[in-house]
Design a protein around this ligand. Structure first.
Ligand SMILES: [Fe+2]
Length: 241
């Protein structure tokens, strides 16, 4: 099975459609979505409809999905993120917000688990940047491979006795080893590379591969400005931050 693993789409329609066209060309059969479908960019409703209608093997809730679905005060979000979430709430229908509200925090599909942040405490929305935070998540990982997101930085960790990890391009999945793989962000990468990130996991080849794709970023930025969203959200896209 060839899984397309996508996440942190954040309402970026140009990046999402570019990624999905490439996935189709590469023979993806099913999709796994690690959450944050909405927030930040200007097409949350359109992106949500596209994702919902994919042949999904699994989808989980991200922190922006959670907040867009609720009416609570936005504590712990920076001002730009909070502004974007308030705006996003108004773009989504009640039914779409209901869909987001009902998403699970983690889902296991055979030998694969998906979670937005970490498995040790998914709703605390912690970040995995080092082997210590990866180790905490591994303690709750009962599958061989777990895909996550949230930091918007593609990093992978491997556990075989000790935990090692860092940047990656390809991972050969070995029997008896466990993996925690951040698939990067489709719609707002933060590793200094503005191109959309996604992963394909070919379970027949035991291969996890990271892809980066340029997309029509100028249109995405113009839509942010036209919507009256913070200028900083347009600027950070091209800086990959
Ligand atoms: Fe995110």
């Amino acid at each position: 099975m060839k899984y397309g693993v996508i996440g942190d789409i954040h309402g970026n329609l140009e990046a999402l459609t570019t990624v999905l066209e490439e996935c189709e060309k590469l023979g993806v059969e099913k999709y796994l979505c690690i959450g944050d479908i909405v927030g930040y960019n200007a097409n949350p409703s359109e992106c949500l409809e596209i994702v919902r209608n994919l042949p999904l093997a699994g989808v989980v809730m991200g922190n922006h999905d959670e907040q867009a679905a609720e009416d609570t005060d936005l504590i712990g979000f920076n001002p730009q993120a909070a502004h974007a979430i308030q705006w996003t709430r108004k773009q989504l229908s009640d039914e779409q917000r209901e869909y987001l509200r009902n998403l699970k925090l983690s889902v296991q599909i055979g030998k694969i688990t998906i979670v937005h942040a970490t498995l040790d405490s998914p709703r605390r929305w912690g970040y995995v940047f080092d082997k210590h935070s990866a180790g905490a998540s591994f303690s709750y990982q009962f599958s061989q491979v777990c895909f996550c997101g949230h930091s918007h930085v593609p990093l992978a960790f491997e556990k075989f006795g000790k935990v090692i990890g860092g940047k990656y391009e390809e991972i050969r999945v070995q029997p008896g080893h466990k993996y925690l793989v951040n698939v990067g962000s489709v719609g707002q990468p933060r590793d200094g590379d503005w191109r959309a990130a996604f992963v394909i996991y070919d379970t027949d080849e035991n291969l996890v591969k990271l892809y980066r794709l340029p997309y029509d970023i100028k249109t995405t930025q113009q839509k942010i400005r036209d919507a009256g969203l913070p200028e900083r959200l347009a600027v950070r896209l091209e800086n990959g931050q």
